[in-house]
Design a protein around this ligand. Sequence first.
Ligand code: COA
Length: 186
Amino acid sequence: MGVVVGQGYVVRAVREQEWGDVKRLRLDALRDPVAHLAFLETYEDAAAKPDSFWQERTAAAGTEGNGVRQFVAEAPGGGWAGSVTVLLEEGGSEDWAGHAVERRQGHVVGVFVRAEHRGNGLIQQLLDAGVAWAWEQEAERVRLFVHADNPRAQGAYLRAGFKPTGLVVSFSKNEDERELELVLDR
Ligand SMILES: CC(C)(COP(=O)(O)OP(=O)(O)OC[C@H]1O[C@@H](n2cnc3c(N)ncnc32)[C@H](O)[C@@H]1OP(=O)(O)O)[C@@H](O)C(=O)NCCC(=O)NCCS
């Protein structure tokens, strides 16, 4: 599966054997200046994980039927420019925070575009690929959480059509760390 997009990027689902690339991109994302706002994991925690963790994660996200899919953008000059991952959440279940999931929905996580590939529309192509997969899985909506102090990410999501639901949560013990839920309805 591959979709050629503007400027020669190819956005496609990750392949199950590509765990080394998955690990490299994730560790680079966790060293981004806004990583503390963007991701729940620290660089140190991720770097300490064994290869088996990355192998299992990539095998799951690289094959259909596991309720998760990771999409990556190959840069025209080689290497990965960015990635998004979509988790499928079933209606009637509880999400990781214990909130009820009312309808089948996609949940976008792990959004990252390398600094030199930002501001050129690539994030829209990555979101399009993830959202299209969620619709194929018969999701009724796609949601994500974005930190209140991450205006660039918010800008990208709003431009892509996501809208705030009004739900604000905190993933940390510090109540000032506010995450806004945004949703894209089908
Ligand atoms: C979030 C990310 C994927 C967005 O991709 P991008 O290519 O930078 O996004 P874009 O530049 O196309 O779009 C950002 C939008 O926010 C706007 N924006 C940028 N900085 C802004 C700021 N400080 N305040 C308000 N808006 C801002 C841009 O103008 C743009 O909107 P526009 O196209 O309507 O003008 C990328 O910046 C990234 O990887 N950031 C680090 C990791 C991260 O934050 N991930 C998201 C976790 S939820």
